[in-house]
Design a protein around this ligand. Sequence first.
Ligand code: HAM
Length: 415
Amino acid sequence: MYQAPRGTSDILSGEQAYWRYVEAQAVNVCRLYGYERIDTPVFEDASLFTRGVGDATDIVDKEMYTFEDRGGSSLTLKPEETASICRAYIEHGLHNLPQPVRLYYLAPIFRYDRPQAGRYRQHHQFGCEAIGDEDPSLDAEVIDMAWRFFSSMNIVHLSLKLNSIGCSSCRPGYLSALKNYYASYADRLCSDCRTRLEKNPLRLLDCKQSTCQPVANLAPKSLDYLCPPCQEHFNQLKKYLALLEIPFEADHRLVRGLDYYTRTVFEIQPEADGAQSTLGGGGRYDNLIEQLGGKPTPAIGFATGIERVILNLKKQEVSIPSLPKPQVFIAHLGSEARDEAIKLASRLRQAGIALIEATGSRSLKAQLRQANTLGVRHTVIIGDREVKTGTVILRDMATARQEAVSPDQLPGLLI
Ligand code: HAM
């Protein structure tokens, strides 16, 4: 028996209402802020991510689905979308458009993660990127948009964690303070942290091992090492968030798992579950486009995992609208009636009426049972008599009332 690969899922029709609902909210929030949709390929050159996301990140180090194609190119299924969008921004000269360029996406993402609730090998992200402006009001806009997205679906009890990890001029000073501090605790650290100390010291702060918590909690804070422009940027952002009445918590251990971030980083987490089940996150990446071969271009973005959004909708018992289904069933008895039913179904669909046609030649009772199970409002019945008289029977499924009508009347009666 074949099964979907580990960490992937089929989205069966019973689940689709959640997906369409979340996507519709995403599209609507993007409309409110003027973000336009972009779609990029499912795979990219592997080096886009090694260079963009960073060699020393878990994503690049352990989680990428990389393969060689028949032409010998090394390709990777997208482990995130931001680098792809930057590639597209450079490739299509989007710097020629009025800046910032505001884009959003809904896309499948692939990470060879250890599957568990809320963590999959293929997940789907809704995200947005605002490229070409360093104004902190844009940081506030992106955070506001993310916040509005969740609140529009009545997902509550969320907390916004915020930090600034500085820029290329102040980060080195901070990193050396962090390394010095950690060096004196090296023998107490988990083995991952000992590697991080060498390869990616910022990620030391993100360690989840209990033994490393006391060390990480008392580590030097990036906010204390910001250069004056980064400090000013952070202060402005905090002011705008206050104006927007978005509560946040400064979290000096928030560093994010991708290497491209500069200045602002943020995450939105369910209060009860914390960082393990982060709903969404993002930040500034002012150097990424230059790193990928473009001109220096500041940018900020955010992404959320749709599966996690749906888990939260279910957990918080948010009721969502069901998807529209056909409200008409056509039943027929006898081969002539079936011919009439086929013609009638076509005419009704032409008139915009969604319907389901009976198949085979089951008894009327069986066909009505099927109509009931489908939950339609009306069943149109055609038997020998109706063929002869050129009429049809219209049955109201709730009251079981039936009347003979002309097929020409149906569009008016069924809409
Ligand atoms: P990220 O934090 O790696 O950021 O992922 C964004 C969101 O995707 C997470 O908060 C989570 O909801 C969801 N997610 C991540 N991994 C998984 C997984 N294995 N299974 C299910 N859901 C998952 C980024 O990807 C950045 N590109 C965000 C960004 C956009 N930064 C700037 N612009």
